[in-house]
Design a protein around this ligand. Sequence first.
Ligand SMILES: [Zn+2]
Length: 83
Amino acid sequence: MSIRGTAACPLCGRVSSLQSTEPAVQLDCPDCGPYEVTTGVIGHLRSDARAKAGVRAEIQRQIISGVARPHISLEVLKALLGR
Ligand SMILES: [Zn+2]
């Protein structure tokens, strides 16, 4: 199932276009850029400012290194947070 619409970016709060492709969500944020996160990661971002900052930095790093749409899974998040 695919849902298209807009949503607040879970990283910075700006309105972004969204495409839901369970179990991940693709977002195009005017600030953070194009990225994809799994729904499990979004749950962590809501309650964890450190995770939010880490994910945002990782997305920027990957976009600069040439990744068209960084994918952030729970495994990536855990690696970022060192646990
Ligand atoms: Zn954003």
